[in-house]
Design a protein around this ligand. Structure first.
Ligand code: NDP
Length: 484
């Protein structure tokens, strides 16, 4: 099998196998070929991973922050040097085109490691005068052992976006990848050891929801960071609440992209395609409800159709390929179910809408026009390459309809009128709003959702709040004023 890892798990600094765990078969979505066979973590392995993390965390937190940063910096360097190999693995694991993975996955993971490597040594507390010569100083402390649980669409990036801040601020991590994409996080664990991280600091255990559940409820778990769907988020958040644990929830979306008449046509069309077809549409922040103002609608749809039909669909390992398969056959069926719903509910199929007659789980990039707010394809997260174009007339109407969703992950606005752009950005209910851009997520900027799309923020300075806790130390300088 061409992507078989050394073993299924990485615990306490080494690959570990236990073949009594239920099998996990990893397939290449472009061909249906089995590329690796792994096993779920058994209870003894979960115990070993948690114990190793708890042990490693104490000594790691006691290091000078610059020393922690040095390890993360080294890991980023190794990732960059091995970018092609890691990108090919990401492509095999997910089916995403190599053209994308070469620039968006390992490199984004390295960015996070680099950013938080530098951040580590800048963390300080405050001194708070409280009168009478007394004062309080604050300490930013790590939380302890953090559990990371990842979705399948960005297995390398998700592992790094969680590990980098956790480790930088003195925590340890046990990470469970999606069972569908188990391979990439193992490489990050291996690279962290090569970079000088102590054994046990970052562990990877494989498994389905039950393994994730066991990690979330382990008494040693101080924090849970999940990237996944809203239904899973509800379960994991509730399980974490049982132990009053800290959480970050990066969940799904149904984000609006609002295109005004005065927008640059080619940029708006390009962004709508980027925000619906990159990674075959399997991106949480995608702008899947494209609101187009009436005056630009006809030209927008013409260019959208022409450019969408020119997308190069093919074998993901071929660097010319721009669009690959869906992650699994089940997921393809689910997405095709939404295409059928769109047709049945009266949306106009502008282009696409069919499965491809070739091996693997391929479908065409699909655009529906004349979509209305009540149609299923305008309300539910599809997580596939299905764009819904809706018409609007006024700014107020666009904002009201854009916000009429239970999700709040992201939004975009295209207009030449900067005052309007900032007005819209201020009024949309979303964790991120792009103006004349879409789906750019530099590590310097906080990322996360409002409403059902999540709790907390990853990246940027904001991540500090979610991977540390504040201790106040009161220093008395005079006699104790006791009434007794
Ligand atoms: P899922 O919610 O199905 O799974 C997410 C992870 O949670 C997987 O590792 C899964 O394991 C695990 N899991 C499932 N049930 C439990 C449980 N009861 N306890 C603990 N862990 C559990 O999401 P997908 O993998 O299908 O990913 C797609 C979803 O992720 C979309 O909704 C998308 O919007 C969202 N997402 C959000 C992002 C964000 O940053 N906001 C970014 C990327 C994706 P297993 O897979 O083995 O079942």
């Amino acid at each position: 099998m061409r992507a078989q890892p050394v073993a299924s798990h990485f615990i306490d600094g080494a690959y570990v196998e236990d073949t009594t765990g239920a099998p996990i078969l990893c397939t290449y979505a472009a061909t249906g070929e089995d590329i690796a066979r792994l096993h779920e973590a058994t209870p003894p392995l979960i115990e070993a991973a948690m114990a190793a993390a708890a042990r490693a965390q104490i000594a790691w937190a006691a290091l000078r922050p610059v020393e922690r940063g040095r390890v993360l910096h080294k890991a980023a360097e190794i990732i960059r040097a091995r970018n092609r190999e890691l990108s090919e693995l990401e492509t095999l694991d997910t089916g995403k085109p190599l053209q994308e993975t070469l620039v968006a996955d390992a490199s984004s993971g390295a960015d996070a490691l680099e950013y938080f490597a530098g951040f580590a040594a800048t963390v300080t507390g405050q001194t708070v005068p409280v009168g009478g010569g007394d004062f309080v100083y604050t300490l930013r402390e790590p939380l302890g052992v953090c559990v990371g649980i990842g979705a399948w669409n960005y297995p390398t990036q998700i592992a790094c976006w969680k590990a980098a801040p956790a480790l930088a601020f003195g925590n340890a991590m046990v990470f469970k990848p999606s069972e569908v994409t188990p391979l990439c996080a193992l490489k990050i664990a291996e690279i962290l050891i090569e970079a000088g991280a102590p054994p046990g600091l970052f562990n990877v255990v494989q498994g389905r929801g039950a393994v994730g559940g066991a990690l979330v409820t382990d008494p040693r778990t101080a924090k849970v960071s999940l990237t996944g769907s809203v239904p899973t988020g509800r379960k994991v958040y509730a399980a974490a609440a049982e132990g009053i644990r800290n959480v970050t929830m990066e969940l799904g979306g149904k984000s609006p992209l609002i295109v005004f008449d005065d927008a640059s046509l080619e940029d708006a069309v390009g962004a709508a395609m980027l925000g619906n077809f990159y990674s075959s549409g399997q991106i949480c922040s995608n702008g899947t409800r494209v609101f187009v103002q009436k005056g630009i609608k006809a030209r927008f749809l013409d260019r959208l159709k022409a450019r969408t039909e020119a997308i190069v669909i093919g074998e993901p390992l071929d660097e010319a390929t721009q669009f690959g398969p869906m992650i699994t056959a089940d997921h393809l069926d689910k997405v095709m179910g939404y295409v059928e719903r769109g047709l049945a509910e009266g949306a106009t199929l502008l282009t696409g809408g069919a499965r491809l007659n070739r091996p693997g789980t391929y479908m065409q990039p699909t655009v529906f026009a004349d979509v209305t707010d009540t149609m299923t394809i305008a309300r539910e997260e599809i997580f596939g390459p299905v764009m819904a174009v809706l018409d609007f007339e006024t700014e107020d109407e666009a904002i009201r309809r854009a916000n009429a969703t239970e999700f709040g992950l992201a939004a975009g606005v295209f207009t030449a009128d900067l005052a309007r752009a900032h007005r819209v950005a201020a009024r949309v209910e979303a964790g991120t709003c792009w103006i004349n851009a879409y789906n750019l997520t530099p590590v310097e900027a906080p990322f996360g959702g409002s409403k059902l799309s999540g709790v907390g923020r990853e990246n940027g300075h904001a991540a500090l709040e979610y991977y540390t806790q504040v201790k106040s130390v009161y220093v008395g300088t005079g006699p104790v004023d006791s009434p007794y």
